[in-house]
Write a protein that binds this ligand. Structure first.
Ligand SMILES: [Zn+2]
Length: 226
């Protein structure tokens, strides 16, 4: 992410929002190998808001409440979760892989590149290399975080320090655990993390329910885009 964030005092390119370059037909992408986080680690707390009306669009945009990441990122999430459980927390997943068609819905509602990636460029989520997360306690109950999910305000910024002490502490614990396993946050959303090597994966537009049909076995190894 250094390429994205370097020298960007004036212009901040958000990972959740903007991929710094469009996906190119000429790139030699890694094989797509999306894994189902819920099957990989049953203790993850799935709160897939985009499968419900409880999201900024006000309607469900996913047909299934599932979360997928490319293999390396998915395995890293399992390690993050193991470390967090040793500290008395569990990891909540709000969103992970997001089909490009859903990105277009978001852009139609909120065409603001500070918060939503222009679908012409694609989001890290469209590559299966970004995840939106929070902490819960060991029983899966929410713990204080700086804001609710998808609150598009400065209170959600990583450098916002006026939130309650407990919320800031939880944000720091989450960030430290994610960074240790190769995830990088962005300035404006405490919940969003990109995984290292994201640019080796293409933007995808395959609905969750078609992943297996397309040959991307969402819960098994050694798969590829059909
Ligand atoms: Zn995100």
């Amino acid at each position: 992410m250094a390429r994205v964030l370097r020298g960007t005092l004036g212009i901040v390119l958000l990972a959740c929002a903007i991929a710094p370059k469009a996906h190119s037909e000429n790139m030699d992408f890694s094989k797509t190998d999306l894994m189902d986080l819920g099957k990989l680690d049953a203790k993850l707390v799935l709160d897939i808001r985009y499968a419900t009306a409880n999201n900024f669009t006000g309607k469900p945009v996913y047909h299934q409440a599932r979360a997928f990441l490319q293999r390396n990122a998915a395995m890293a999430i399992v390690r993050v979760h193991e470390a967090l459980q040793r500290q008395g927390f569990r990891l909540k997943i709000y969103d992970a892989y997001r089909p490009l068609s859903v990105q277009k819905i978001f852009w139609a509602i909120l065409p603001d590149p500070r918060y939503v990636a222009d679908p012409k460029l694609g989001s890290m989520h469209n590559r299966g290399m970004a995840v939106d997360v929070a902490l819960t306690d060991l029983n899966g109950r929410d713990v204080p975080m700086p804001t609710a999910y998808d609150e598009f305000s400065e209170k959600a910024h990583r450098d916002y320090h006026k939130a309650p002490t407990q919320a800031l502490r939880h944000r720091d614990i989450l960030e430290a655990a994610m960074q240790k396993e190769g995830f990088h946050g962005i300035p404006t959303e405490w919940w969003h993390f990109d995984y290292q090597g994201w640019d080796r994966y293409p933007v995808l537009d395959i609905p969750f329910e078609e992943l297996r049909i397309k040959g991307i076995r969402s819960d098994a190894p050694s798969t590829e885009l059909g």
